[in-house]
Design a protein around this ligand. Structure first.
Ligand code: KIV
Length: 284
């Protein structure tokens, strides 16, 4: 285990003040969380994107609170020191402020989260207010919000027009005023992200495909290692071809088993001759 200190909210704001960008990744399982902890990733998001990346659904909508809690618990075990954010799944907060507070509370109590994230702008300000009043740090999510992909018309750039961009600025301010400690901007033009970041006072702005001028950057872990077979978004930089390493390994495994190359002597255990002789006698 690394000897890093626990990432706290004041530590995140200190990093922002220092001008050094915050690092953030998605994560859904224990071993990946362990690696991310070793790399000292500041913020880890257990995104409901796990519905697509881990469970193979076509969208995030079927993901339940129970799915989220189980994966988040595993991530917490692998990354005890990172700032851990649980992503509120579809319909865990949209219906009422009360449902939002109760489900945010589950993330904190059952999964050991440091914060939650929810999608939406001014219309979700009362949820953010309720959650933060309950002592739970809340992150907003604007731009391409996958839970509303149907009304957004697909996975595409948001805020291209001046009016739409102005609404993003207003939404970011509404979330900040409601108490959000951070806002994620997904697939928003770079200069819109820059404006929102400049105007943020007590709020950390994170970019996912929204350019370099936010306080920090987020990538979907599966995109950065080629681990999502259905598509690779343009905004994702590939930092390693894990898909190739895994596929080559699997192909070699099949070849070695079928050709009786694996297992080799060092991969299994013997029994002493005298024990074996006795065994043969025992079974006649
Ligand atoms: O679920 C998720 O991983 C997310 C990201 C797309 C930001 O919400």
């Amino acid at each position: 285990m690394s000897d890093r200190k626990k990432v706290t909210l004041p530590a995140l704001f200190r990093k922002v003040d220092s001008g050094k960008p915050i690092t953030m990744l998605t994560c859904y399982d224990y071993p990946t969380a362990y690696f991310q902890e070793q790399a000292c990733i500041d913020m880890i998001l257990v995104g409901d994107s796990l519905g697509m990346t881990m469970l193979g659904y076509d969208s995030t909508l079927p993901v339940t609170m129970d799915d989220m809690i189980r994966h988040t618990q595993a991530v917490r075990r692998g990354a005890p020191m990172a700032w851990l954010i649980g992503d509120m799944p579809y319909m865990s907060y949209q219906s009422s402020v009360e449902s939002a507070i109760l489900n945010a509370g589950r993330f904190m109590a059952e999964a050991g989260c440091d914060a939650i994230k929810l999608e939406g702008g001014a219309e979700m300000a009362d949820r953010v207010e309720g959650i933060t009043a309950a002592g739970i740090p809340a992150m907003g999510h604007l731009g391409l919000t996958p839970q509303s992909v149907s009304s957004l018309g697909g996975f595409r750039l948001q805020g291209k027009g001046a009016l739409q961009a102005k609404k993003l600025l207003d939404d970011a301010k509404a979330l900040e005023e409601a108490g959000a400690y951070a806002v994620l901007l997904e697939l928003v033009p770079d200069r819109v992200c820059e404006l929102i970041t400049e105007r943020a006072e007590e709020c950390i702005i994170i970019s996912l495909g929204a350019g370099p001028d936010a306080h920090g950057q987020l990538l979907i872990y599966h995109d950065m290692f080629g681990l999502y077979p259905k598509f690779k978004p343009r905004m994702a930089k590939v930092f390693g071809q894990a898909d190739k390493v895994i596929q080559d390994g699997l192909n070699r495994y099949v070849e070695e088993v079928e050709n009786k190359v694996f297992p080799e002597k060092e991969h299994y255990f013997g029994i002493k001759d005298e024990e074996y002789e006795q065994l043969l006698e025992l079974i006649g």
